[in-house]
Design a protein around this ligand. Structure first.
Ligand code: ZN
Length: 143
Protein backbone atom coordinates (compact mmCIF):
# COMPACT_ATOMS: atom_id res chain seq x y z
CA UNK A 1 0.00 0.00 0.00
CA UNK A 2 1.34 3.44 -0.90
CA UNK A 3 1.64 6.21 1.68
CA UNK A 4 -1.24 8.06 0.04
CA UNK A 5 -3.46 5.00 0.17
CA UNK A 6 -2.56 4.53 3.81
CA UNK A 7 -3.45 8.14 4.63
CA UNK A 8 -6.74 7.76 2.79
CA UNK A 9 -7.52 4.56 4.65
CA UNK A 10 -6.89 6.41 7.87
CA UNK A 11 -9.26 9.22 6.84
CA UNK A 12 -12.00 6.66 6.17
CA UNK A 13 -11.51 4.94 9.54
CA UNK A 14 -11.38 8.27 11.37
CA UNK A 15 -14.69 9.43 9.94
CA UNK A 16 -16.30 6.04 10.47
CA UNK A 17 -15.32 5.95 14.12
CA UNK A 18 -15.96 9.60 14.83
CA UNK A 19 -18.56 10.81 12.31
CA UNK A 20 -19.10 14.55 11.85
CA UNK A 21 -22.55 16.11 11.94
CA UNK A 22 -23.94 12.93 13.46
CA UNK A 23 -27.42 13.31 14.96
CA UNK A 24 -30.84 14.65 14.09
CA UNK A 25 -31.97 18.14 13.11
CA UNK A 26 -35.16 18.94 14.96
CA UNK A 27 -36.03 21.73 12.49
CA UNK A 28 -35.03 19.94 9.27
CA UNK A 29 -36.84 20.91 6.06
CA UNK A 30 -36.27 17.48 4.55
CA UNK A 31 -35.58 14.06 6.05
CA UNK A 32 -34.57 11.19 3.73
CA UNK A 33 -33.91 7.58 4.63
CA UNK A 34 -31.55 5.52 2.55
CA UNK A 35 -30.80 1.81 2.60
CA UNK A 36 -28.21 -0.36 0.95
CA UNK A 37 -29.62 -3.84 1.43
CA UNK A 38 -26.66 -5.60 -0.18
CA UNK A 39 -24.45 -4.51 2.73
CA UNK A 40 -26.95 -3.60 5.47
CA UNK A 41 -26.06 0.11 5.53
CA UNK A 42 -28.67 2.62 6.65
CA UNK A 43 -28.63 6.37 6.86
CA UNK A 44 -31.14 9.09 7.62
CA UNK A 45 -30.23 12.50 6.23
CA UNK A 46 -31.50 15.80 7.63
CA UNK A 47 -31.30 19.04 5.65
CA UNK A 48 -32.11 22.59 6.55
CA UNK A 49 -32.27 25.09 3.69
CA UNK A 50 -32.02 28.86 4.00
CA UNK A 51 -31.84 31.31 1.11
CA UNK A 52 -30.74 28.72 -1.43
CA UNK A 53 -28.06 27.25 0.83
CA UNK A 54 -27.80 24.14 2.96
CA UNK A 55 -27.74 25.96 6.27
CA UNK A 56 -27.41 22.73 8.22
CA UNK A 57 -26.89 19.06 7.44
CA UNK A 58 -26.82 16.07 9.75
CA UNK A 59 -27.18 12.30 9.53
CA UNK A 60 -27.78 9.23 11.59
CA UNK A 61 -27.02 5.73 10.53
CA UNK A 62 -25.10 2.53 10.83
CA UNK A 63 -23.29 0.17 8.53
CA UNK A 64 -19.85 -0.39 7.08
CA UNK A 65 -16.97 2.09 7.39
CA UNK A 66 -17.27 3.17 3.76
CA UNK A 67 -20.97 4.08 3.95
CA UNK A 68 -20.63 5.94 7.24
CA UNK A 69 -17.40 7.78 6.43
CA UNK A 70 -18.81 8.79 3.04
CA UNK A 71 -21.86 10.27 4.81
CA UNK A 72 -19.70 12.02 7.41
CA UNK A 73 -17.33 13.57 4.85
CA UNK A 74 -20.25 14.50 2.60
CA UNK A 75 -22.00 16.47 5.37
CA UNK A 76 -18.76 18.34 6.11
CA UNK A 77 -18.28 19.18 2.45
CA UNK A 78 -21.79 20.40 1.60
CA UNK A 79 -22.72 22.25 4.79
CA UNK A 80 -23.18 25.97 4.10
CA UNK A 81 -22.95 25.59 0.33
CA UNK A 82 -25.46 26.72 -2.28
CA UNK A 83 -27.78 24.11 -3.78
CA UNK A 84 -26.06 24.63 -7.12
CA UNK A 85 -22.61 23.93 -5.65
CA UNK A 86 -23.99 20.84 -3.92
CA UNK A 87 -25.40 19.50 -7.19
CA UNK A 88 -22.02 20.01 -8.80
CA UNK A 89 -20.29 18.09 -5.98
CA UNK A 90 -22.77 15.21 -6.26
CA UNK A 91 -21.89 14.98 -9.97
CA UNK A 92 -18.16 15.04 -9.24
CA UNK A 93 -18.41 12.40 -6.52
CA UNK A 94 -20.47 10.07 -8.68
CA UNK A 95 -18.13 10.56 -11.64
CA UNK A 96 -15.29 9.36 -9.42
CA UNK A 97 -17.00 6.44 -7.68
CA UNK A 98 -19.50 5.24 -10.29
CA UNK A 99 -17.68 6.06 -13.53
CA UNK A 100 -14.14 5.67 -12.20
CA UNK A 101 -13.01 9.14 -13.33
CA UNK A 102 -10.04 10.82 -11.61
CA UNK A 103 -11.13 12.60 -8.41
CA UNK A 104 -11.89 16.33 -8.62
CA UNK A 105 -9.81 18.39 -6.13
CA UNK A 106 -13.04 19.95 -4.78
CA UNK A 107 -13.91 16.59 -3.22
CA UNK A 108 -11.20 17.00 -0.56
CA UNK A 109 -11.08 14.06 1.88
CA UNK A 110 -13.70 12.24 -0.16
CA UNK A 111 -10.98 11.43 -2.65
CA UNK A 112 -10.15 8.72 -0.11
CA UNK A 113 -13.09 6.79 -1.58
CA UNK A 114 -11.71 6.77 -5.11
CA UNK A 115 -10.68 3.12 -4.75
CA UNK A 116 -14.29 1.99 -4.22
CA UNK A 117 -14.85 2.48 -7.97
CA UNK A 118 -12.70 -0.61 -8.47
CA UNK A 119 -14.69 -2.60 -5.89
CA UNK A 120 -18.11 -2.89 -7.47
CA UNK A 121 -19.78 -4.30 -4.37
CA UNK A 122 -18.77 -1.18 -2.41
CA UNK A 123 -20.00 1.45 -4.85
CA UNK A 124 -23.47 1.30 -3.28
CA UNK A 125 -21.92 1.82 0.16
CA UNK A 126 -20.06 4.94 -0.98
CA UNK A 127 -23.02 6.45 -2.85
CA UNK A 128 -25.72 5.75 -0.24
CA UNK A 129 -25.48 9.16 1.46
CA UNK A 130 -25.09 10.93 -1.89
CA UNK A 131 -28.21 9.35 -3.36
CA UNK A 132 -30.08 10.43 -0.23
CA UNK A 133 -28.71 13.96 -0.71
CA UNK A 134 -29.82 14.02 -4.34
CA UNK A 135 -33.29 12.84 -3.35
CA UNK A 136 -33.41 15.46 -0.57
CA UNK A 137 -32.60 18.27 -3.02
CA UNK A 138 -35.42 17.12 -5.30
CA UNK A 139 -37.77 17.16 -2.34
CA UNK A 140 -36.59 20.65 -1.35
CA UNK A 141 -37.31 21.89 -4.87
CA UNK A 142 -40.81 20.46 -4.75
CA UNK A 143 -41.62 22.45 -1.62
ZN1 ZN B 1 -21.54 -0.97 3.13
Amino acid sequence: MSLLEELYREAIMLHAKNPRNFGELADADVVIEGRNTSCGDEITLYLKEEGGRLADVAFRGHGCAISQSSASMMTELVKGRSIEEVRDLIGKFKAMVVEGQPPAPELGDLRALEGTARLHSRVKCATLAWNALEEALLKLEGK
